[in-house]
Write a protein that binds this ligand. Structure first.
Ligand SMILES: Nc1nc2c(ncn2[C@@H]2O[C@H](COP(=O)(O)OP(=O)(O)OP(=O)(O)O)[C@@H](O)[C@H]2O)c(=O)[nH]1
Ligand SMILES: [Mg+2]
Length: 680
């Protein structure tokens, strides 16, 4: 029976039995010896000793655990770890045999450790959200179960950290928003984009400044206009804010300005919050590093804050605000993998930093349209949500099949004409439409790149690229640029002072009571279009028929050698920006080009450099002034401007758009754009 009833430790297996027996002998020698043949008194005494020993050991174990916690040995004590972890039990043993811990002041120590334990527990609860586990609780020291527990713990803590971070970010961004609001309020009190007051900029008086410089209007109903896409987006329940980010153009300042105008108009049309790139170095606007600011944001040149505040249909924010709102809260994901992505080095303020890492990151986490303005016409339908592609493509195809009118039509199509008619004069031989299609409409963030490798660049005039089905919206966009995207007051005022001084000189001639003067832009410097690089005598010869002898001539130029202008000096009373430096002391010299543009725009007759976008903007402003002053030919958008080379008399005639658009400006930008005000 015995053998069959004990399958384990089978006594029938001699070798095993002998091993067990010897083991048992080695382990229990004393107890067996003591119990064997002892008296009942001896047995009782032995049992008392055993019981005492057991109680004492148990107490020591409990105490050791207290001490471990007190010493911040933050192993999480679970039911399972009692004696299961080798290292843990070893440590317990070490403490257990520490005389100071075992023998002295046990109740007092326990009391103290209890208190500390409670304190620690409290602190731990508080700090759990923001602290990673301490080194001592290294996962390596744990059993598998503990590792899982600790890993879960770490996950929880990491989650907590993310939560706290996002709270902090929210707090930070709401703090900053509050500060921004206060600033806005202060600014609002002082600055209205519609007017021009130079009192804080050293004059001239408001009346002179207004009369000389203002070509813009303050149209209340325009400020209230919201585009169909924005209305559509806002009406969608719980729809998230959509954004537009962009990279400044990589060319000179006026290339940068042109791309910026295009982006601002698109942001309004699409109903997206526009994110301004951080302040950064711009090509050839880095003069006198160390002495003056050389990192610029668009808000340094245009009143973008006022534009955002004054328009119901457009919000403009900084990159930092955008990153705090959208990126640091984990809302941005890599296009390819879908994983949450944060900006490089978790940086949110990129002002003055190298913008390349930010730009490269943005390309990875946004929708990046590959629109090429010389190849396609961007089309904005009248109704958002309209199934656009088919309808518009067929109209477009018909128009493209009939190429005749668009190239030969030298008369302007009425601004109120049908979409087809207007498009025929805008298309300029392009074979494609860039439609703001559903994929783009859905995108959380649209990012416009300046990516030379892919030939993706918004080097165009906004009015040559962005076409609106609704003529009223088209004209609204034209007015928006005229009335709001204008150089800042400080520059307008400085220009008004210089123009005043030039007029004063001209008025010395008794038959010139209004102080009329003529202007030129002679672009040399880095300019790459060699056909425009003529020497002084040739430039004089080319322009002499348009500029009367002895006139006061103001020349804007990047030519430093003033001897170059000797041929002009023989015939005219010539002035340059340098001659009026005392009127704009302290102005950042990187603004001089813009100041020159504003001054040159006020000439009676202007001769500029073809292909120069610097010249282009002078002509645009001349167009705005000519229309406002109802100068001769304004009905057709004509202005009193010429070029030294190329289509020399182009500006005194009406010319429809043609490519390359950037080479000059076109009357469509300023001609008859005040129609339909208040009708949208
Ligand atoms: N003060 C002044 N600076 C000029 C003038 N023409 C060009 N510049 C400056 O010369 C530099 C080179 O011009 P760019 O920045 O390439 O000019 P842009 O704005 O791209 O215009 P374009 O190259 O002419 O199409 C810029 O810093 C201009 O501001 C000028 O008439 N007066
Ligand atoms: Mg340039």
């Amino acid at each position: 029976m015995m053998s069959s009833s004990s399958p384990k430790g089978d006594p029938g297996s001699p070798s095993k039995r002998s091993l067990d027996a010897s083991k048992s002998r080695a382990g229990r020698t004393r107890r067996s010896d003591l119990s064997k043949g002892a008296s009942s008194q001896e047995k009782l005494f032995f049992m008392i000793i055993c019981a005492f020993s057991f109680i004492s050991t148990t107490l020591n174990v409990i105490h050791t655990r207290d001490v471990q916690i007190q010493g911040q040995d933050m192993i999480r004590v679970t039911g399972k770890d009692k004696g299961t972890s080798t290292s843990n039990s070893n440590r317990s043993k070490r403490h257990m045999h520490h005389p100071a811990l075992v023998k002295h002041d046990l109740p007092k120590k326990r009391e103290e450790s209890k208190k500390k334990r409670e304190e620690l527990k409290k602190k731990r609860e508080e700090s759990k959200k923001i602290k990673l586990p301490s080194k001592e609780s290294s996962v390596n020291e744990k059993t598998v179960d503990e590792k899982i527990t600790v890993a879960d713990d770490v996950k929880d803590i990491v989650k907590d950290i993310a939560k706290v971070n996002s709270e902090v970010v929210k707090m930070k961004s709401s703090d900053e928003l509050a500060v921004a609001d206060i600033k806005k309020e202060e600014h609002q009190k002082q600055h209205i984009i519609g007017g021009l007051s130079c009192s804080v900029y050293g004059g001239p008086d408001d009346e002179s400044a207004t009369k000389e410089m203002i070509y813009w209007s303050d149209i209340k109903s325009d400020a209230e206009y919201v585009s169909p896409f924005k209305k559509h987006n806002d009406a969608k329940k719980g729809s998230a804010t959509q954004y537009m980010t962009f990279e400044p153009d990589g060319g000179g300042w006026n290339n940068i300005r042109m791309a910026m105008e295009t982006v601002v108009v698109m942001a309004h049309a699409m109903g997206r919050t526009l994110v301004l790139p951080p302040a950064q170095g711009m090509y050839l606007l880095r003069k006198e590093r160390g002495k003056q600011n050389i990192h610029f944001s668009f808000a340094d040149f245009f009143h973008l804050e006022s534009i955002s505040r004054e328009h119901d249909g457009l919000d403009i924010i900084t990159t930092e605000e955008f990153l705090l709102r959208e990126a640091m809260t984990g809302k941005m994901r890599k296009k390819k993998s879908g994983e949450v992505s944060f900006p490089p080095n978790n940086r949110t303020n990129w002002d003055g930093e190298d913008p390349v890492p930010l730009k490269e990151w943005l390309r990875e986490v946004t929708v990046t349209p590959l629109w090429k303005p010389e190849e396609c016409l961007a089309l904005f339908p009248e109704n958002a949500g309209h199934e656009t592609d088919d309808d518009f493509s067929s109209i477009f195809d018909k128009m493209n099949a009939n190429k005749g009118p668009q190239s030969s039509n030298k008369e302007p199509v009425a601004v109120t004409a049908s979409m087809e008619e207007r498009m025929s004069q805008t298309i300029a031989g392009r074979k494609k439409l860039c439609i703001y299609n559903e994929e783009m409409q859905e995108a959380h963030i649209l990012h416009f790149m300046c990516y030379h490798k892919m030939k993706v660049r918004l080097l165009t005039h906004f009015y040559a690229f962005l076409f609106f089905e609704d003529w009223k919206q088209q004209l609204w966009e034209h007015r928006f640029v005229r009335d709001h995207l204008r150089y800042i007051d400080e520059l307008q005022c400085a220009a008004a002072r210089v123009v005043g001084a030039v007029r004063d000189i001209a008025k010395k001639n008794s038959d010139n009571p209004n102080g009329e003067f003529d202007t030129m832009h002679i672009r040399r410097g880095d300019f790459q279009y060699k056909m425009t690089r003529l020497e002084g005598p040739e430039l004089y010869e080319k322009s002499k028929d348009w500029i009367p002898e002895k006139t006061v001539l103001y020349i804007a130029t990047d030519e430093r050698n003033k001897e170059f202008f000797e041929p002009f000096k023989k015939h005219y009373d010539v002035y340059f920006l340098d001659d009026f430096k005392h009127l704009f002391k302290g102005l950042n010299t990187n603004y001089y080009g813009m100041l020159d543009q504003l001054i040159a725009s006020r000439g009676r007759t202007f001769v500029g450099t073809y292909y120069s976008t610097f010249t282009g903007y002078i002509n645009r402003m001349r167009g705005y002034h000519a229309d406002q002053d109802k100068l001769e030919g304004h009905e057709l958008g004509k202005i009193q401007s010429y070029y030294f080379t190329n289509s020399q008399t182009a500006m005194i005639n009406f010319t429809p758009l043609s490519r390359p658009f950037w080479a000059r400006e076109y009357p469509v930008a300023w001609r008859d754009i005040d129609k339909g005000i208040g009708e949208l």
